[in-house]
Design a protein around this ligand. Structure first.
Ligand code: MD3
Ligand code: FE
Length: 207
């Protein structure tokens, strides 16, 4: 267990290899029902480099005209998002202790050259609930800042099987993915291989 900042708790290898495979199986099933799609930045319409989908009552997305938001259904199929797998609900309860279940699980799929710029998660009404992130597959260079964009940042590696819990001040911290690290040693479990190099699951309360 490592604390990278106030309320940013990192659990390296929280999932063992067998649990990573079970989770990969559940996520592959969710992607089969809710295909990966590309969100676009508000106004510019530039595509994000990650592909994404969601499970849970609400899912995060963005497009050129309506921007960042949560929706109850997939933007391309119009179908409600599949349920959050029970092992993720269990992980949420075990790691956050939060009394209410997560409402959204964003599934981000990174190719070798995908990244995510420094940003805050602020499309939720509930800023007091924690956020839980679980990673599968390749390592990434993850960057965590402070509450203001100019604050100093720390960088560390997030690996497959790692959990990161953001609560208290860290809930509002800027963060991003600088780059995906070479994945020869840590491929995605075979259930997800072929989709990309790294998958991140972000569980949140929204309302
Ligand atoms: C720190 N995803 O989808 S997960 C995102 O690896 C997002 O896909 C990254 O940032 C990824 O919004 C990072 C770890 C994470 C998630 C939320 C945070 C770190 C956070 C919220 C506040 C501070
Ligand atoms: Fe984020």
């Amino acid at each position: 267990m490592l604390e990278h900042g106030p309320g940013a708790i990192h659990y390296p290898r929280w999932l063992d290899a067998a649990a990573q495979e079970r989770l990969a199986f559940e996520i592959a099933a969710a992607i089969a029902r809710a295909p990966l799609f590309v969100s676009r930045l508000p106004k510019s319409g530039l595509p994000m480099s990650v592909r994404m989908t969601n499970c849970g009552p609400l899912g995060w997305m963005s497009d050129k005209d309506r921007g960042y938001r949560y929706e109850p259904a997939h933007p391309e199929t119009g179908t409600p998002w599949p349920p959050i797998p029970s092992m993720l609900l269990d992980a949420w309860a075990a790691l956050t202790g939060y009394p209410k279940p997560p409402e959204a699980c964003l599934i981000n799929v990174y190719s070798d050259n995908a990244k995510m710029g420094l940003h805050q998660d602020r499309d939720e009404s509930d800023f007091d609930a924690p956020i839980l992130s679980l990673s599968l597959g390749a390592d990434c260079r993850f960057r965590l800042g402070g509450q203001k964009r100019g604050d100093k940042t720390v960088a560390f590696t997030l690996s497959g099987g790692d959990a990161l819990v953001l609560s208290g001040p860290a809930r509002r911290f800027f963060h991003g993915v600088d780059r995906i690290l070479p994945s020869i040693l840590t491929p995605l479990p075979q259930q997800l291989a072929g989709l990309g190099a790294r998958v991140n699951l972000t569980l949140r309360r929204v309302t």
